[in-house]
Design a binder for this molecule. Sequence first.
Ligand code: ZN
Length: 155
Amino acid sequence: MEIRLDGEILNLRFSCAHFLPTHTKCERIHGHDYAVSVEIEGANEKGMVVDFLLVERHIREIIDEIDHHLLIPNQSDVLEWHKSGENLLISYNGRLLSIPEVYTFHIDADSSSSEDLSIFLLNSLWERLKDEKNVKSLKVCLHEGPGRVACAEKQ
Ligand SMILES: [Zn+2]
């Protein structure tokens, strides 16, 4: 059985700034208003796969942490960053950014593309749902903007 949570209808939204060093246009800092949708497959035990409200709460906790930050991909091999006082100095493609560290959010990923961000969200939600025995697989779809969606899944 499958259950779905539609992030656009449920308002599971957040906004972030990011940059993609390997992309000509997107190497400049810009932002997106994202929405997160989820599909869960699992056993329907006593009329429920997993509580919709529980999943919704987990998603909100995850995206509230990320919301209104500049995303820094920790595993990128095309950018470098280090702390300088309360700032983070980020360099890539011969450019140097200086930004208060509290304005940044690090994700364990190669980049902050929607594809890699959807994997980060998938892993974060999967970890929070690990005690839900009925859940067999999870798919997280990240809406980057109208008509643009990246989905990651695991089981
Ligand atoms: Zn972008």
